[in-house]
Ligand binder design. Structure first.
Ligand SMILES: *Cc1c(COP(=O)(O)O)cnc(C)c1O
Length: 449
């Protein structure tokens, strides 16, 4: 049995897969903050032309520029593993495979899009990128990519994470980025929040407002987002394309795919290339896994909403908990966003994708089991995909089904050991976000469409 399945460098994909070409309905249009149709001009204040084109493209295959492939080769193609030891521990007849995106320099899948975005901005003559980061994974990825393409990077980091994850901050600084705890007093959005609450711990929505404001106000500066948008999911499809080739090498095809879902980028990345087969009639379950404390797909509504707290971004139709949703301080920082990718949302709404919400403790239990059997310590976000896979593998043990399961190991947990510490000390709790708090936040949705 092959436990580690590698692709040759020459077999690294040459094109990204654009799911829009295979969707039964065209994507819902993006609207300007006031509800009118969005103009390309509004987007070009913060994004380069190539990215805007990709955001609205319906072309099935989009070439990956050579300069981008050249950088991706530093760690790609990433390995696919058969998790035999986990299978044995679970006494399951199911076969469990996982794609290891933790092997990138930043430790997650996020550099796959950071590199592409930095490249297109450089091509356009942009000098600086402004962005936000929650747990620090995206900030690190963009800092790395900016460094490789000689762009300055400024990161607004959610204040609680800035305090809790000093080494993520040091990594960004090592790769040459400037990092500020958000909310700051250097943007209008930040000052507005601080007036209401001087001790605001910050949120991804607030940090996005600050970064977008800076990018919109300076012609040499653009904005880069690490998830949610169509072009981000597009850049991540290299994960699923590779995984498909790797499974082919061992004569396998998955019955189900699991990935953690924050804004949907690593889920779209691993699942979308298989959606083309599903659209053609193949049976495969594509499952987005989210925390019960931020249950966007499983408890949110499908409506137009802002991507940020202050209402500066365009409106997209998506599953949302409301743009002013304040997520509880759970440890899967990357899964705390109020909204979700428009593409994932639309396909989920049409019943073509599945979603499951899992409580925090079960995710850490799965992460511990995975660490002890396979050796790799997963990011708390990735633990969600592992927990969902473990649930299905245990079900297979009861029914005797020999299903083939695939999950995405979106990142390692080396900078999340304080979360593991709290788990081992018994200090972690399950938290179901209360329905009335969700209702309160949803009552502030913009009235459009
Ligand atoms: C950011 C992050 C996620 C969640 O983001 P998506 O856009 O939903 O993929 C998941 N896992 C890790 C390790 C992350 O850094």
């Amino acid at each position: 049995m092959k436990t580690k399945i590698l692709l040759k460098e020459a077999d690294m994909p040459t094109h990204w897969y654009n799911i829009v070409a295979d969707m039964p309905n065209p994507p819902a249009p993006i609207l300007a903050p006031d509800g009118s149709p969005v103009t390309p001009d509004a987007l070009s204040a913060i994004f380069p032309d190539a990215i805007i084109e990709q955001e609205v493209s319906a072309q099935r295959w989009i070439p990956i520029p050579d300069e981008v492939r050249e950088v991706l080769r530093l760690w790609r193609p990433s390995p696919l593993y058969r998790a035999e030891r986990l299978e044995m521990a679970l006494k399951t007849p199911a076969k469990i495979y996982f794609k290891n995106e933790a092997v990138s320099p930043a430790g997650s899948h996020k550099p796959n899009t950071a590199v592409a975005q930095a490249y297109y901005n450089k091509l356009q003559g942009i000098k600086r990128l402004a962005t936000e980061t929650g747990a620090g994974q995206w900030g690190c990825s963009l800092a790395l990519a900016g460094q490789l393409f000689d762009l300055e990077v400024r990161v607004y980091m959610v204040k609680v994470s800035y305090q809790q994850k000093p080494y993520r901050r040091s990594m960004m600084q090592t790769w040459g980025a400037e990092v500020f705890p958000s909310p700051t007093d250097i943007t209008q959005s930040g000052r507005h929040i601080l007036q209401q609450d001087a001790d605001s711990p910050g949120s991804l929505g607030i940090a996005i407002s600050e970064a977008v404001e800076e990018a919109a106000g300076r012609s040499d500066t653009n904005y880069a987002l690490g998830s949610v948008l169509n072009h981000v999911l597009l850049h991540q499809t290299i994960i699923g394309e590779e995984a498909k080739k790797q499974l082919e090498l061992v004569g396998e095809y998955p019955d189900a795919i699991y990935a953690p879902c924050g804004g949907g980028s690593n889920f779209g990345g691993i699942a979308f290339p298989f959606f083309a087969d599903k659209a053609a009639g193949k049976e495969i379950d594509l499952v987005a896994v989210e925390p019960t404390s931020c249950p966007t797909l499983t408890k949110g509504v499908y409506a137009y909403d802002y991507g940020d707290t202050e209402g500066l971004t365009p409106l997209t139709k998506m599953y949302t908990l409301g743009h002013d949703f304040m997520p509880p301080g759970i440890h899967a920082g990357g899964l705390r966003y109020h909204g979700d990718s428009a593409l994932v949302s639309q396909l989920y709404n049409e019943g073509l994708l599945s979603a499951v919400a899992i409580p925090q403790l079960e995710t850490f239990e799965a992460g511990e089991l995975f660490s002890k059997t396979q050796g790799i310590i997963p990011a708390p976000e990735s633990c969600h995909a592992i927990a969902a896979t473990v649930r299905e593998a245990k079900r297979c043990a009861e029914t005797g089904e020999a299903k083939t399961l695939l999950f995405n190991l979106s990142g390692h947990g080396h900078f999340d050991m304080s979360s593991y510490d709290r788990y081992f000390k018994g200090e972690l709790e399950d938290f179901d976000y209360p329905d009335d708090a969700i209702q309160a936040s949803l009552s502030h949705l913009p009235k459009v469409g």
